[in-house]
Design a protein around this ligand. Structure first.
Ligand SMILES: [Zn+2]
Length: 197
């Protein structure tokens, strides 16, 4: 684990202190609902867990949420918690792609992406839509593998287009850089969470 600066917080499940940015934050809405505050931006008192399923499960089983918030929220089910976290991760991934687009670091459409990969321009990751045609998906995946570019499959063509402010997009590639690095971390977290589910 990298030692980044910043305040430390304790996971309510395993009691391990970690840098805040490695933990998921939760707050309680005025109606008593537990909210996943993935970006640590919502006001009010917060509780924290590691992102691992093990800690989510332990926090639920040991009723640590209601304890942390002194009875002001009811304890969520593990399904609710995972669902909230997955939605937060998808939102974060979409936001990062939008930011990459605004700074001109995105190529989209299968022809443009394949050209970019063949030219060995510095692409850090390829995102293939879930409803892309199987033949094109295989071609792009092979090309990405050959160039050592990470390839993930997420979102529909419509959603990828929407994130880019365009019509349907079956695939996009993101240039190497800090945004791509942040995206790779979130994609890995998401994939891990879905796999554990
Ligand atoms: Zn933990």
């Amino acid at each position: 684990m990298t030692a980044s600066k910043g305040p430390q917080r304790t996971c309510i499940a395993c009691r391990q202190a970690r840098n805040q940015d490695q933990l998921v934050r939760y707050v309680v809405a005025p109606d008593g609902a537990l909210l996943v505050d993935y970006r640590h931006r919502l006001p009010g008192r917060g509780a924290y867990t590691c992102i691992e399923l093990q800690c989510l499960q332990a926090a639920v089983t040991k009723k640590q949420f209601s304890r942390s918030f002194r009875g002001n929220c009811s304890d969520p089910s593990i399904e609710m918690l995972q669902d909230g976290l997955q939605q937060a991760l998808l939102q974060r991934i979409a936001n990062l792609i939008g930011m990459a687009r605004k700074s001109g670091q995105v190529v989209s459409g299968s022809n443009a992406v394949m050209t970019a990969l063949r030219q060995r321009s510095k692409q850090a990751l390829v995102l293939v839509s879930e409803d892309i045609s199987a033949g094109i998906a295989i071609k792009i995946r092979e090309l990405a593998d050959r160039q050592n570019v990470s390839c993930s499959q997420l979102f529909s063509k419509g959603m990828l287009g929407q994130v880019l402010g365009k019509g349907e997009r079956s695939v996009l590639a993101i240039q190497a850089g800090p945004l791509a690095e942040a995206l790779l971390i979130e994609l890995q977290r998401y994939t891990q969470m879905v796999r554990e589910n």
